[in-house]
Design a protein around this ligand. Structure first.
Ligand code: UFG
Length: 332
């Protein structure tokens, strides 16, 4: 049983990771600026308000809590913003990660699970995408994460910090118990926006692109339930605690779902007809991103429980109608 420092522990995926760590008997210490995260999302251990770029604050948190390992979620996540403000992304996602890694190696901490992204692959040549596919990010967000993955390999070689980089496809859904869920501001992701439109909080959902070379002309993604995603982080921690070597794994279900299929799921789950307006493609969106998750299955034991889309969208809907309204309280 380990104390684990969880940067971004008040955020969407980080808070679900804290819950999963606690359920596995670990002690999660959330380390978060609360700029994008939420105090209400920290329910399974202490919160240290701090920035990964702030070395003295990090050193103090490490000295106080003495973590055995770190899960590093803190970072900015808006692809479009990263194109307009690349410096912001390289500073917060890349440079701050270097500060964190130096603090860890100086403190003798040798295990790190890193929140990476399918955006490292850019527009893939083929799907499903294996881990050894070319890394050709097409935006600063993806590049900022890919740079960290490369830095982590060098740091392991020099300092013995072993790490697992987990490349997420589309994280979706919410804690099935309703304790926590997605609350981005602004919210740009498809499933929450479709549900906001279904509930009447926004006038309609913009459907970005109907002319993709996909079966129904809309973009295809691999939606992985956030609870399955964080279970893989606990497995990655176990792998590192058992002496596992630095590696990177895809986390997705291996199933592609189109935007129109998500809209149909939102209709079924909400019982409403989601108002949709067809719009041009969003810049930088690949037609299809589907994981080949077989290495994570084989090496980490990754086995997602949510294998169909309706239950994923349903947990997002339950959260949107419940805890989200209690804690955030926007609209409907
Ligand atoms: N979409 C719409 N309307 C919306 C929002 C999204 O049609 O209002 C479409 C997008 O064009 C895309 C799909 O729905 O085709 C999924 O979009 P999301 O914004 O939900 O997710 P992305 O696939 O763009 O992004 C996700 C992660 C990013 C990560 C990226 C990797 O959220 O952090 O995958 O490619 F960088």
């Amino acid at each position: 049983m380990a104390t684990v420092l969880v940067t971004g522990g008040a955020g969407y995926i980080g808070s679900h990771a804290c819950k999963a760590l606690a359920a596995a008997g670990h002690v999660p210490v959330a380390y978060d600026t609360i700029e994008q995260g939420h105090r209400w999302a920290v329910q399974w251990g202490p919160l240290v308000v701090g920035d990964t770029a702030d070395r003295p604050r990090l050193d103090a948190a490490i000295a106080e809590h003495r973590p055995e390992a770190v899960m590093h979620f803190a970072g900015y996540l808006f692809v479009g913003e990263s194109v307009r403000e690349p410096g912001k992304y390289y500073a917060n996602n890349t440079a701050a990660s270097v500060t964190l890694v130096q603090a860890l190696t100086d403190a003798g901490i040798d295990k790190l699970v890193f929140s990476s992204t399918a955006a490292v692959y850019g527009t893939p040549d083929t799907v499903p995408i294996p881990e050894d596919a070319p890394k050709q990010p097409i935006n600063p967000y993806g590049n900022s994460k890919w740079m960290v993955e490369q830095i982590l390999r060098d740091v392991d070689a020099a300092k013995g910090l072993r790490s697992v980089s987990l490349r997420y496809f589309n994280a979706a859904g919410a804690d099935p118990d309703g304790d926590i869920g997605e609350a981005h501001d602004p919210e740009t992701h498809l499933i929450p926006r479709a549900l906001m439109a279904a509930a009447g909080e926004i006038s309609h959902l913009d459907l970005f692109g109907t002319d993709y070379p996909t079966p129904d002309g809309t973009a295809v993604r691999d939606y992985i339930h956030v609870t399955d995603l964080v279970a893989a982080h606990v497995q990655a921690l176990d792998y590192l605690m058992a002496g596992g070597r630095t590696d990177a794994f895809n986390l997705g279900t291996g199933t592609g779902i189109s935007v129109r299929q998500i809209i149909a799921a939102a209709d079924r789950v909400s019982g409403a007809k989601t108002p949709v307006r067809e719009a041009p493609r969003r810049e930088g969106d690949p037609a299809s991103l589907i994981a080949d998750p077989s290495r994570a299955a084989k090496i980490l034991g990754f086995a997602p429980k949510f294998t169909t889309i309706d239950p994923i969208v349903d947990t997002a809907w339950q959260w949107y109608r419940g805890g989200f309204q209690t804690h955030v309280g926007r609209g409907a």
